[in-house]
Design a protein around this ligand. Structure first.
Ligand code: ARG
Length: 579
């Protein structure tokens, strides 16, 4: 089933083409900005009129006349407005028909795309030398929401967790591990807190020149493939991955071991990348290093900016690995899109890597490379969020704190629920609050992390939406033996109609998120949907109405609950039947 917007776009574009003779004209249908303007408005007439140098209002008049001839039941009436917009009022009967078809088969609420693509989503991707900290929150949950949205539309998704497991820090960590293992046997205990372990190794490295030399040799041994060094490194990586997986489980994030795309995977490919670039004549030697200079990248004073591919000591860089990964995603995974959900501070890195990959033909022309950039999570002091001691806060601890706070909140709101149930609710609400607060912000901006606003039952928050869902479910429970034959029969009150149209718009929003990768659009929609339901609930008695009206309104409530649940699921948030 096409979305309402898609249907209107094709309908109006056809008439527009017929009237103007312009083959594929764009009707540019958008959701109406005000209820007075109807349900949707077509803005594409003006552009055509301009192209043909005709009066836009007159053209709009001809298009409407043409539309009125065409046989269709979707639209009740058209209205020409302003300089040449067409306001569209949908037909209530066709809305009901659509809604009832979905009620009969709720999976139709968000229909699958007719053009499924292969889409790689590179997200989370922490550096394994340390534990995941709050800086990894955004990429992990934005990426996971995009994966859910794209997957729901029927695209073929390949998750890639491009963890950092191969840098110079691992030499230091391995050397430190070796020392501990020879001196005493409490390695597992020491590794229980990776943050402390890293700090101890670093202190040792800074203070002891002899150790620093050993550490540097260890990287060379590791990267050269020495089996003893590889074995101890694997032990560390295994431990670090377990830490990540504990965080993923808490966050209800869909990444698994199978999604790993570690930097080390590309180690044996890096030499080939250098050769390919060299064959293409793209490499220049600069101070002993092999670099690519592209005309579009210039630094201060118009100095050309290099992309370093291989250092003078033979070492490779982050960019080299990313080039190898692009080649893999293009030629092996045959991706149509490759999304990189990574901090905005890596923008230049991705611009450069994408440009080099294109220049060298490592990415096929059909592959769209997209950096899905996100801003920084700030503390109340306006600086990147830190613990009191000034360290980057561990993600696990932040999530645990949120659950503790949610428990207090739930206990306050529903003191009568038994403690185990309150604890279960708190676990869902606490995690959802952190995720939703992040997802509801425009991803490209920085935002201030604030416990009190995210854990509030008022405003655009997870608790508010989860509560709205639970409340609808409790209304439905009050209707013993909910009729199986649920059917929405009328849109008597304006609030009823408004809610119905809103519910049917979920698939349009999901498509928009799939295209532009801004999950906050879905959050805003769900918040508006919950608001529409509250207005409907105030204006339209449900349980006290006569049977036909009551059944219809119960059915509309059920459909709303369905949209809230599916929408929240796409954000990675599970609903609760009771709160
Ligand atoms: N591990 C990197 C970091 O912590 C992020 C990797 C992102 N993905 C990529 N293909 N570069 O900064």
């Amino acid at each position: 089933m096409e979305t309402l917007k898609q249907q209107l776009n094709s309908l109006i574009a056809a008439s527009l083409s017929k009237v103007t003779g312009i083959a594929d004209s764009n009707a540019n249908v958008i959701t109406a900005s005000k209820p007075e303007f109807g349900d949707y408005q077509a803005n594409g007439i003006m552009a055509c009129a301009k192209q043909l140098k005709v009066n836009p209002r007159e053209l709009a008049g001809k298009v409407v006349a043409e539309l009125e001839l065409a046989e269709h039941r979707l639209v009740a009436r058209y209205e020409i407005a302003g300089p040449g917009f067409i306001n569209i009022h949908l037909d209530a009967g066709s809305l009901l028909k659509r809604a009832n078809a979905i009620l009969a088969k709720p999976s139709q609420l968000v229909p699958k795309t007719e053009l499924p693509q292969s889409i790689v989503v590179d997200y989370s991707s922490p550096n394994l030398a340390k534990e995941m900290h709050v800086g990894h929150l955004r990429g992990t949950i934005i990426g996971d929401s995009l994966v859910r949205v794209l997957g729901r539309l029927g695209h073929n998704i390949v998750r890639q967790n491009h963890v950092g497991d191969w840098g110079t820090q691992f030499g230091m960590l391995i050397a430190h591990m070796q020392e501990i293992t020879t001196e005493h046997s409490d390695l597992p205990q020491q590794l229980a807190d990776l943050e402390e372990f890293y700090k101890a190794a670093k202190q040792h490295f800074d203070a002891d020149e002899q150790f620093a030399v050993t550490a540097r040799n260890s990287v060379v041994k590791l990267q050269g493939g020495d089996p003893d060094y590889l074995a101890i490194w694997e032990r560390f990586i295994e431990e670090s991955l377990r830490h990540c997986e504990a965080v993923y489980a808490k966050l209800n994030v869909t990444l698994t071991r199978d999604d790993l795309d570690a930097e080390s995977r590309y180690n044996s490919e890096l030499g080939n990348i250098v050769n390919e670039l060299s064959e293409q004549g793209l490499l220049t030697e600069s101070a002993g290093a092999l670099c690519v200079f592209l005309p579009e990248f210039v630094g201060k004073d118009d100095e050309p900016l290099p992309v370093i591919i291989q250092k003078s000591d033979g070492g490779y860089l982050y960019s080299t690995t990313d080039l190898a990964a692009i080649k893999f995603r293009s030629s092996q995974l045959k991706a149509d899109r490759s999304l990189y959900v990574v901090d905005a501070r890596q923008s230049l890195h991705f611009q450069q890597v994408f440009a080099v990959a294109r220049a060298a033909g490592l990415a096929s022309d059909q592959l769209s490379l997209e950096h899905i950039a996100y801003g920084t999570m700030m503390g109340k002091d306006g600086r990147p969020f830190k613990t009191r001691s000034g360290d980057a806060a561990k993600l696990v601890e932040l999530l645990d704190e949120s659950v503790r706070r949610a428990f207090a909140l739930v206990s306050d709101k529903s003191p009568d629920l038994d403690e185990t149930l309150r604890q279960e609710i708190a676990e869902k609400v606490g995690i959802a609050a952190v995720k939703y607060a992040d997802l509801s912000k425009n991803r490209t901006s920085d935002y201030v992390f604030d416990w009190s606003s995210m854990l509030s039952f008022e405003g655009n928050t997870a608790p508010y939406l989860m509560y709205a869902y639970a409340r609808i479910k409790s209304i439905l429970r009050k209707q013993p033996g909910t009729p199986v034959n649920l059917h929405i029969a009328c849109t008597t009150e304006p609030e009823e109609r408004e809610l119905l149209v809103k519910v049917l718009q979920l698939p349009e929003i999901v498509s928009a998120v799939a295209k532009d990768c801004y999950p906050n659009q879905l959050c805003n929609y769900l918040y508006e949907l919950a608001g529409s339901f509250m207005r409907f609930y105030e204006a339209c008695p449900i349980l006290k109405s006569e049977q036909r009206l009551k059944d219809s309104r119960l059915a509309l409530s059920l459909l709303t609950a369905e949209a809230l649940q599916q929408g929240l699921y796409l954000l990675g948030i599970d609903t609760l039947e009771q709160m």
